[in-house]
Design a protein around this ligand. Structure first.
Ligand code: G3P
Ligand code: CA
Length: 242
C-alpha cells in the first residue's frame, strides 16, 4: 500500500485554507503533497482561493474576477479562521511556487473554472509551472470537461486530472477521451471495480476529501494512488500503522 497523503488546501483543519500557514503545517507534518485552488483576478493574476467570491475566507466582499491583485492582496485571509492568523494574506500562484520549489512535495493545482470559465487560465498556470520547473511533479485538475480538453496538448509533460463527483458508467474511458491521464473522484464514487479499471488503464486515481479513518481504510485497502485530506497528520499516522 503506497497511497500518498495530499494536504487538501494545505493542512486546512488547523490553519486557514490555501494560505502559507496551512501549507507550512502540511510540510512540517510531512505530507506527500499539497492541493490548492487557483483563480484569476481582474488583472489576470493567478491567486489561490477556493470560492469564486472572497466573502467566506477574507474580510472583503465580491468576486475574485472583479478585484485587482492589489485589492486582493490587502485582504485579511486569516482572521475568519482564528485571531491567531490575523494578517495572513491570499497568495499569488507565483508566491506559492516560489515557496514549494525546493521542497520535496507533489503539487495538485485545481483550476477553479467550473463556475467561471476564466480565459487562458490553463496556459497561464502552465507557463508559471514551466518557469519554476515544476511540471514533472504537478497535476492540474478541473471539474470542467472543456478545460480538460484544453489541457490535452500539455498532458505529455504534466498530469491532467478530470475531477468529478458525478456517477457515470464509463467514467474512466470518458476521462481518457477528454485527455485526462488521472482521475480525481469524490469518495462516494469509490469502488473496487473503478480502481481496478484505473489500474488497468494506468490511470492514477485520487480521492477527496478523506478525513475519517474508515474512509482512509477503504482508500488504502483499494490501493488508491492518493487521498486529499484536511488532516494530513492523522492520515500519515494511520497509514504508518496500516
Ligand atoms: O481536488 C479535490 C477537491 O479539492 C475538489 O473539491 O471543492 O474541495 O475544491 P473542492
Ligand atoms: Ca480543490
Amino acid at each position: 500500500m503506497n497511497t500518498n497523503i495530499i494536504a487538501h488546501r494545505g493542512a486546512s483543519k488547523y490553519a486557514p485554507e490555501n494560505t502559507l500557514p496551512a501549507f507550512e503545517l502540511a510540510y512540517q507534518m510531512k505530507a506527500n503533497g499539497i492541493e490548492t485552488d487557483v483563480q484569476l483576478t481582474k488583472d489576470n493574476i493567478p491567486i489561490l482561493i477556493h470560492d469564486e467570491k472572497v466573502n467566506r475566507t477574507t474580510n472583503g466582499t465580491g468576486y475574485v474576477k472583479d478585484l485587482t491583485y492589489r485589492e486582493i492582496k490587502v485582504l485579511d485571509a486569516g482572521s475568519w479562521f482564528s485571531s491567531d492568523f490575523t494578517g495572513t494574506t491570499i497568495l499569488s500562484l507565483e508566491e506559492f511556487l516560489e515557496w514549494i520549489r525546493f521542497k520535496p512535495l507533489y503539487l495538485n493545482i485545481e483550476l477553479k473554472n467550473n463556475k467561471i470559465d476564466y480565459k487562458h487560465l490553463e496556459s497561464i498556470v502552465y507557463e508559471n509551472l514551466m518557469k519554476y520547473q515544476l511540471l514533472d511533479r504537478t497535476t492540474l485538475s478541473t471539474f470542467n470537461p472543456s478545460s480538460v480538453e484544453r489541457l490535452k496538448p500539455m498532458n505529455q509533460s504534466i498530469g491532467v486530472a478530470f475531477l468529478t463527483s458525478k456517477k457515470k458508467s464509463n467514467l474512466v474511458s470518458h476521462a481518457k477521451k477528454l485527455g485526462a491521464n488521472a482521475l480525481h473522484i469524490k469518495y462516494k464514487l469509490l469502488n473496487k471495480a473503478l480502481v481496478e479499471k484505473c489500474q488497468q488503464q494506468k490511470m492514477p486515481v485520487r480521492v477527496y476529501t478523506i478525513n475519517k479513518e474508515p474512509s482512509m481504510k477503504k482508500c488504502f485497502s483499494l490501493n488508491c494512488d492518493a487521498i486529499f485530506t484536511d488532516v494530513p497528520d492523522i492520515a500519515l499516522n494511520y497509514r504508518n500503522n496500516f
